[in-house]
Write a protein that binds this ligand. Structure first.
Ligand code: NAD
Length: 663
């Protein structure tokens, strides 16, 4: 253990004026909703990081940031130029702490992050931490940390390095855990402006974002299974000739075009922000671009005839695209939406009739008018989808709070019970119909790994090892997974660090992780960071999304995500995170994530066996207790295999008819 006392502190020297590179997307003004007293509080809060000699120089600058952006980001403390997740050897500190620095910088890479200057990784508002002063201190602590210390991060603020044990996590982090009474968007906005709350989304505040690849696999699985479930497509066939219409080519939504092509279908994805279309097109994630609807549908007709996979970016509003399909009676089989409705009034959804730029202007100048336009647009959006579904299209909510936002906009007929949303909505969420019953209940979820060396050869070696451990004959999930991992390299999905996503179950994750740790031990590859999306079996309680297929009333409880977090701490994962609101907006979910740094040690084998297993089975156990049949069979099989180590409580079935007669 280090014997020198160390307290992270910013230097007593003013960093140079910030330089904003042209062409890099910037966050909108979040709007200032603080009183005079609160503005003073916000300034004092930010100045806590700054040596007091610099306060008179810096305070006016912070005030101007607060007034122009609605937040204090401390741009001056951002390291100049582009941040990127460098090879792990280029960082300072112990291996686990260097791994964390790779992940943080990857989350802030110009190629990865949505608004890199504002520390937003994805999903309109999901931040790594609140400001650049916090970033600097986190880095200082990580560089100095020993393996007898744990860094505590609260809403991006590094509370400090505390004595701990080598077997404990190196970082325990929480984001935006507001007390219930104030757990609503309006108060949260105030708390973020004050500089005391961070909206971590999921893997933004969890430092585990790997670019849209992370979501391509999940979207590919969702689209294939939607085709199977709604259109009766056999398991050995793809989406040839099927049209999918949706919106968003942003952080996660940007995966849709690529995923629909891998699944063999035709996709038109509407996007109002041309800069995002440009990014996805230049990455090869979307094949064609047009703002001309007749031209787009000529391409669609050709692709239908030839059953060619095709993805098209429509530069325009999703409402206009759907309206065109509706008016022209164009056959659309599958519809969804991936605008950022979890932040619907903060710029996440551009109302129809306004260009992206006009929307941004209105939001900055007249947020009340912007809100009115959003509500009108959502109403129209709903009516058109309603009409298209009556004509045979299948719509599902993509976990972006679209249906909840439509309800909040005043369209109560979107809820099963028009009085409130407790009984859900008239259309399914993708978790309710697809991800939940087909994947999560069996323990399949978005396992991922990052080759910290940043070497292609390491990623190739891990892909190959994982493919050898998946038996495509075992079930349809493993069949899809095998196809996915075998074609992953050729699909050129990597942006940023050399990362891979793979939907695996408990057995699969443990087996693959042990193999990787052995490869590290033998020196075949460099260290590997294991992680997952928070959008998984156990990590997230979110009644409109991850736990949408929980029907015993416990979908409003956050016990599972909290237990998952605590259990992962107890079992020694390297990084453990718990956050409020991921994906669907503040107060609507509790979600957690994690990271395990495979350094080849025998101890990490132990962490994989215990922690990785718990990280999946805790959620399967809860899903089983909610009487989900897939989860009951998965938990029962686990009980048989692990009878000497543990036991999962299995529910007794109750006779529905008897209970009906009793009542
Ligand atoms: N992909 C997934 O599997 C998945 C899973 C769960 C939730 N989500 C949710 O999907 C949403 C999108 O996530 P993201 O990371 O891509 O966010 P993002 O903000 O990066 O992207 C959303 C995109 O929608 C565009 N947009 C907004 N309004 C539009 C409109 N009316 N017409 C056309 N385009 C419009 C925006 O310009 C933006 O590029 C979030 O709410 C997220 O939580 C996605």
């Amino acid at each position: 253990m280090s014997d020198k006392p160390f307290v992270a502190k910013l230097a007593n020297v003013l960093p140079p004026d910030p330089v904003f590179e042209p062409g890099i997307r910037r966050a909108p003004d979040r709007g200032l909703n603080l009183s005079r007293k609160e503005i003073k509080q916000a300034l004092k809060n930010a100045l806590r990081y700054i040596p007091s000699e610099l306060h008179t120089r810096v305070a006016p600058e912070f005030l101007s940031e607060l007034k122009s952006m609605g937040r204090i980001y401390g741009y001056r403390w951002r390291p100049q130029g582009r941040l990127t997740g460098k090879p792990i050897d280029e960082y300072k500190g112990i291996t686990q702490a260097r791994a964390m620095q790779v992940m943080i910088d990857n989350n802030l890479d110009f190629d990865i992050a949505l608004y890199p200057y504002e520390l937003v990784t994805y999903g309109e508002t999901g931040q790594v931490c609140q400001n650049w002063m916090q970033y600097r201190l986190i880095v200082q602590y990580l560089e100095a940390m020993t393996d007898h210390q744990t860094l505590v991060v609260s809403s991006g603020h590094p509370v400090g390095l505390f004595p701990s044990r080598p077997e404990a996590p190196r970082v325990i982090s929480t984001n935006g855990l507001v007390i219930g009474k104030w757990d609503n968007p309006e108060d949260f906005k105030r708390l973020t402006a004050l500089g005391v709350a961070n909206y971590g989304q999921m893997t933004a505040g969890g430092w585990m974002y790997i670019g849209p690849q992370g979501i391509v696999h999940g979207t590919y699985i969702t689209l294939l299974n939607a085709g199977r479930k709604y259109l009766g497509i056999p398991v050995d066939k793809d989406l040839g000739g099927v049209l999918y219409v949706s919106s968003g080519l942003g952080g996660m939504s940007g995966a849709q075009a690529k995923a629909v092509e891998i699944a063999g279908g035709i996709g038109i994805i509407a996007e109002v922000d041309y800069s995002r279309i440009k990014t996805r097109h230049s990455q090869g994630w979307v094949s064609r671009v047009s703002a001309n609807l007749p031209e787009i549908f000529t391409w669609v007709d050709e692709a239908r005839r030839s059953k060619q996979a095709l993805s098209i970016a429509y530069h325009g509003n999703i409402v206009d695209l759907l309206d065109y399909c509706n008016r022209k009676d164009i056959k659309v089989e599958l519809i969804s939406d991936q605008t950022s409705c979890h932040a619907v009034y903060e710029g996440g959804y551009t109302p129809v009739g306004l260009s992206f730029e006009e929307g941004r202007k209105l939001l900055a100048g007249d947020p009340a008018e912007f809100k009115e336009k959003v509500d009108e647009s959502l109403k129209k959006h709903f009516q058109i989808i309603n009409s298209l579904t009556r004509k045979g299209a299948h719509f599902w909510d993509y976990g972006n709070s679209f249906m909840a936002s439509v309800f909040d906009a005043g369209v109560h007929e979107i809820a099963k019970n028009p009085d409130n949303t407790n009984d859900g909505f008239i259309w399914p969420s993708y978790v309710e119909d697809i991800m939940g019953p087909m994947c999560f209940d069996y323990g399949y979820g978005p396992f991922r790994w990052i080759c910290l060396s940043r070497k292609d050869a390491d990623l190739r070696a891990t892909d190959k090892a994982a493919a050898e451990l998946i038996d495509p004959q075992r079930n349809s999930m493993d069949r899809d997974n095998h196809h996915w991992i075998c074609s992953a390299e050729e699909n050129a999905l990597v942006v940023g660090t050399k990362a891979r996503i793979l939907y695996a179950d408990e057995e699969g994750r443990v087996r693959i992780a042990l193999k990787f740790n052995e490869m590290v031990r033998k020196g075949e590859i460099g260290p590997v960071m294991l992680g997952r999306d928070h959008h998984d079996v156990s990590g997230t309680d979110s009644p409109f999304r991850e736990t949408a297929n929980i029907y015993d009333g416990s979908n409003l409880m956050a016990d599972m995500a909290t237990q998952c977090f605590a259990g992962n701490v107890a079992r020694g994962m390297t990084l453990v995170v718990l956050s409020n609101g991921g994906g669907v907006g503040i107060g609507r979910s509790v979600n957690g994530g994690n990271g395990i740094v495979l350094d080849g040690s025998a101890y990490m084998d132990e962490v994989v066996r215990k922690a990785l297993s718990w990280d999946v089975m805790g959620g399967v156990a809860r899903r089983a207790w909610a009487r989900n049949t897939g989860a009951i069979s998965t938990a029962s099989q686990w009980n048989e295999k692990h009878s000497s180590e543990g036991a999962i409580t299995i529910p007794e079935p109750a006779d529905d008819e008897y209970l009906e007669s009793l009542l």
